[in-house]
Design a protein around this ligand. Structure first.
Ligand SMILES: [Zn+2]
Length: 398
C-alpha cells in the first residue's frame, strides 16, 4: 500500500544503524537524590537546572541535596512559556551565562524535553529528574517543540538518551494522580501504534520492541486499577516504572519506526485548538489516550476491522475504571466548533503526519467522524459504518 511503503522508505533512509536505546544510567528509589550527587559531579560541576516555575518552587525541598551540595555550583532557571523556540533561545543564553557544563531537567514531559534539547544544542550532558509519571520523556532521545501557545510544531531526534535518569518515587508521588493516569494513556499508545506501524516487521529489534509494547499494555491492564487506588504501593511503583521506563525502552529499541501512528497525530491536531477556547486544559497522555480510541474507530469504520472494534470496547471499560477521557467532552472540548475540529483534523493529516502509517487513506471528514464517535457501540453490520462514512466524506477507499 502506498502509505506503508512511504513510511518504510523514510525509516530505511533515516534510521540506518543508529540507535539511542537507553540512558547511560538509571537510578531509582525513595529519597535517592542525595545519593546521586557523585554521579552528577562526574558529568559536570556547574549544573543549570531547568524546570517549570511552579515545579521548581514545589520541589525546592526535594532538590536541596543538589542545590546545597558543596561539590556543585547550581543555577536554576524556569522555561516559559513552553518548550518553544523562544524559551530554548533564552535558556541557551542562561546556560552560557552560568558557564553550565551539565543540564538538569526537572519536571514533566515539556520541562524534560526542553532540558534535553538545550543540552543537545549546546553539546552538554543532561540529567533528567521526572516529577510525574505522565510520559517517558525522561528516557527518550526525542524532544517535541511547541509554539509559545502550546501548539505542537515538530519533534527533534537527539543524538543520545540522557546521561543519567533519576527516578525518585517520593518526588513522583507528590504529582497529582491525574498525571499517572495520563502516563498510562501515553504508554498504552505504544502497543496500539507500534503494532500498526511495525507489527509485520521482520527486523529482530523491531519485533522485540513491538512485543515489549504488548507486555507493557498487559502490565498496565493488570496493575493500573490497583496503582490508582493505592498511590505509593507496590502496584503503583510498577506502573510508574512501566510508564516512565519500559515505555522509554520501546521508543529506544523501535526508534522512529515504531513510535507513533494516529493516536499521537490526533493529539498533535488537538493541541491546535486554542486552550482559551475550551474550559479545560488536558495534558499530553490524556489527548493521546483519546487518540487511541480515534485510531481504533478509524480502523473499524474504514477497514471494517472487528478486532479494532473489540479493542475499543475493552479500552472504554478500562478508561472508565482509571479515569482516562473517552470523548472530546471528557477532554474539555465540549465547546469546540466544527471549524476547530476540522482544523485539528487537517493538522493531524498534514503530509508529514505519522497518521499516514495507517494502511489506508483517511480524509478530514472521516477523522472528524471518528473523533465524535469514540464511544459508539459496536456495529456488527460493518457495512452500516461504511455507508455512514461515505455519507460524511463522499470518498471512501475500499
Ligand atoms: Zn506521547
Amino acid at each position: 500500500m502506498p502509505n506503508e511503503s512511504l513510511a518504510e522508505l523514510s525509516t530505511q533512509t533515516s534510521s540506518s544503524l543508529f540507535l539511542a536505546v537507553a540512558p547511560a544510567r538509571v537510578i531509582r528509589g525513595s529519597q535517592v537524590l542525595a545519593a546521586t550527587v557523585d554521579e552528577i559531579t562526574r558529568l559536570g560541576k556547574r549544573p543549570l537546572i531547568i524546570g517549570g516555575k511552579h515545579t521548581l518552587t514545589t520541589t525546592e525541598e526535594f532538590l536541596q541535596p543538589l542545590t546545597k551540595a558543596k561539590a556543585l555550583h547550581v543555577e536554576q532557571v524556569y522555561y516559559s512559556p513552553d518548550c518553544s523556540e523562544a524559551s530554548l533561545l533564552s535558556l541557551r543564553n542562561a546556560a552560557s551565562q552560568h558557564k553550565a557544563d551539565v543540564i538538569i531537567g526537572v519536571g514533566g514531559g515539556k520541562a524534560l524535553d526542553t532540558a534535553k534539547l538545550v543540552a543537545y544544542q549546546l553539546d552538554l550532558p543532561v540529567v533528567t529528574i521526572p516529577t510525574s509519571a505522565a510520559t517517558c520523556a525522561a528516557w527518550t532521545a526525542l524532544s517535541n517543540v511547541y509554539s509559545d501557545d502550546g501548539a505542537f510544531l515538530y519533534d527533534v531526534g537527539l543524538s543520545r538518551c540522557p546521561d543519567l535518569l533519576i527516578l525518585d518515587y517520593d518526588l513522583v508521588q507528590t504529582a497529582p494522580q491525574r498525571t499517572l493516569v495520563a502516563g498510562i494513556g501515553d504508554a498504552l499508545a505504544k502497543w496500539y501504534e507500534a503494532s500498526v506501524s511495525s507489527g509485520s516487521s521482520e527486523q529482530s529489534i523491531i519485533i522485540a520492541a513491538v512485543q515489549q509494547a504488548r507486555v507493557l499494555r498487559d502490565i498496565l491492564f493488570q496493575k493500573s486499577v490497583a496503582a490508582v487506588n493505592e498511590p505509593g504501593g507496590t502496584a503503583w511503583r510498577e506502573v510508574v516504572d512501566a510508564s516512565v521506563l519500559l515505555a522509554g525502552v520501546i521508543g529506544g529499541l523501535g526508534g522512529a519506526q515504531c513510535r507513533t501512528v494516529a493516536a499521537h497525530a490526533v493529539h498533535n491536531g488537538l493541541t491546535h485548538i486554542s486552550k482559551h477556547a475550551t474550559g479545560h486544559h488536558s495534558i499530553h497522555g490524556e489527548k493521546v489516550a483519546f487518540g487511541i480510541l480515534v485510531q481504533l474507530r478509524l480502523e473499524e469504520m474504514i477497514q471494517g476491522n472487528q478486532l479494532a472494534a473489540a479493542a475499543r470496547q475493552q479500552l472504554l471499560k478500562f478508561y472508565l475504571e482509571i479515569g482516562l477521557p473517552r470523548t472530546l467532552d471528557d477532554l474539555g472540548y465540549c465547546d469546540a466548533t466544527i471549524k476547530q475540529l476540522h482544523l485539528a483534523a487537517e493538522i493531524a493529516l498534514n503530509p508529514k503526519s505519522d497518521i499516514h502509517r495507517l494502511p489506508f487513506k483517511v480524509s478530514p471528514e472521516q477523522l472528524m467522524a471518528a473523533m465524535v464517535s469514540t464511544t459508539a457501540p459496536i456495529d456488527t453490520k460493518d457495512t452500516m459504518n461504511r455507508v455512514s462514512v461515505r455519507g460524511l466524506s463522499g470518498e471512501v477507499e475500499e
